[in-house]
Design a protein around this ligand. Sequence first.
Ligand code: AMP
Ligand code: ZN
Length: 124
Amino acid sequence: MLSPTDAFKNKECIFCKIIAGTLPCEKVYENDHIFAFRDISPQAPVHVLIVPKQHVVDILDVSSENSVIFQNLFGAVQQIAAKLGIAGSGFRTVFNSGDHACQTMYHLHLHLLGGTQMSGSLVG
Ligand code: AMP
Ligand code: ZN
């Protein structure tokens, strides 16, 4: 697996390729700053990845210079949850950052999970 730095340097980032349209995805939402698509290995009936179009590795990589990402993120969650019919029933949003959280894709992504009753446990 590529390290975060290598993925950026080598321009081998899969999510950047999905955003650019050179890898396929099931797109659910897009605006000037945000792109969202269905997770290829869904862990709930609705499992969407919401990503910034700019290559940002994780939360630690977001700063005042690219805070437009966070300014757009909650609005994207609201619109996607409404569009996919889970705004009323509820949903979970998760950022994995680094090894202990088992981050595997080093392009910042927010997991939006819903469409089923989840347990109260956050750490499994
Ligand atoms: P994380 O473990 O938080 O880094 O999550 C990465 C997520 O990306 C996993 O849920 C994968 O199933 C998902 N994923 C990996 N490759 C693709 C892809 N080509 N299209 C859609 N989702 C993907
Ligand atoms: Zn990327």
